[in-house]
Structure formats: structure tokens, C-alpha cells
Write a protein that binds this ligand. Sequence first.
Ligand code: ACO
Length: 135
Amino acid sequence: MKQKVAHVIDRMGEASSRAQGLREVITSCRKLNLNDQHRIYLMKDPVANNGKGSVVGFLKVGEKNLFLHDHQGQTHEIMSLCVLDFYVYDNQQRRGYGLKLFNKMLEMERVLVQHLAVDSPSDKSMRFLKKHYDL
Ligand code: ACO
């Protein structure tokens, strides 16, 4: 079971990096094992694939140490929960799965969306945040 989940995470991480045009894969099982501050949420369609189920997408979050600048130009160092990677398979996008995944993460992490940081947001994720959360 553990090996299968590791395989799923590795394949999804590769697909996500490809979709974002990144040169390196940012999500893999090895990287997750190296960082116990990172958590991954997987969404599965339980009836697809003749009832065997298939993965729809994932969302990875983790705490990051950030330096924020306020309107007076003061710098504040804070620890913030950050969206690190987010991907829904190409043929499943724009069906509301990303929103379900994101809302579940907010609930589990007990965080308000306006308090989240997003690491290098893609154009699609900016549109996603604007549409669903007016951010
Ligand atoms: N083009 C433009 N906007 C899009 C697209 C697209 N192909 N796909 C999703 N969106 C935005 C739009 O606002 C869309 O609303 P619309 O269809 O009315 O225009 C909205 O997201 C749809 O919301 P959902 O269906 O809930 O989201 P979805 O299941 O498509 O997941 C996600 C959103 C994860 C951003 C997905 O599009 C994806 O995997 N994209 C490729 C990888 C990527 O860019 N990931 C984010 C990286 S940034 C980071 O991880 C920190």
C-alpha cells in the first residue's frame, strides 16, 4: 500500500511540474519524507477505473518562514502556512475538484484562505483564487 501511494505521489508530482513548465519536480515521495513540515492532500475518484479508483489531484502545503513588508516599509518575519504545489489532472480540470480539494485543506489545516501564502502561483491558480475566493 505504502509503495503504491509513493508511486502515485511521484507520478502526480511529475505531472504537476510538467503542467507548470517547471524544470524540476517539486513534489515526490522522497522530498516529502525529507520534510516533516509538508503535508499532502490527495483526491481520489473511488468509482473510476472499474471501481478500483483513480487519483484526481493533490495539494501540498507546509510552513514557511517569510519576510513580509507592510505599508510603512517595515519588515516582519512570520511563519505562514504556504501552498507549495497544487494539481488536478488535465482531463479533470474546471469541474470543481480543485475547489473541493482546497476547501478540504482549509478545513483540515484550520486556516483562513486570506492567511495563506502561495509559493510561485501559476496563472491558472491565480485565476482559481480570484474566482473562488476573490483573492
Ligand atoms: N485556464 C484558465 N483558468 C483555469 C484553468 C485553465 N485551464 N483551469 C482552472 N482554471 C481556474 C479558472 O478560474 C476556473 O474557472 P472557470 O472554468 O470558470 O474559468 C477555475 O480555476 C476552476 O476551478 P476548479 O474546477 O475548482 O479548479 P481545477 O479543478 O481546475 O483546479 C488547478 C485548479 C489546480 C489550478 C488546475 O487548473 C491545475 O492543476 N492547473 C495546472 C497546474 C497549476 O497551475 N497548478 C497551480 C500551481 S501554483 C502552486 O502550486 C503554488
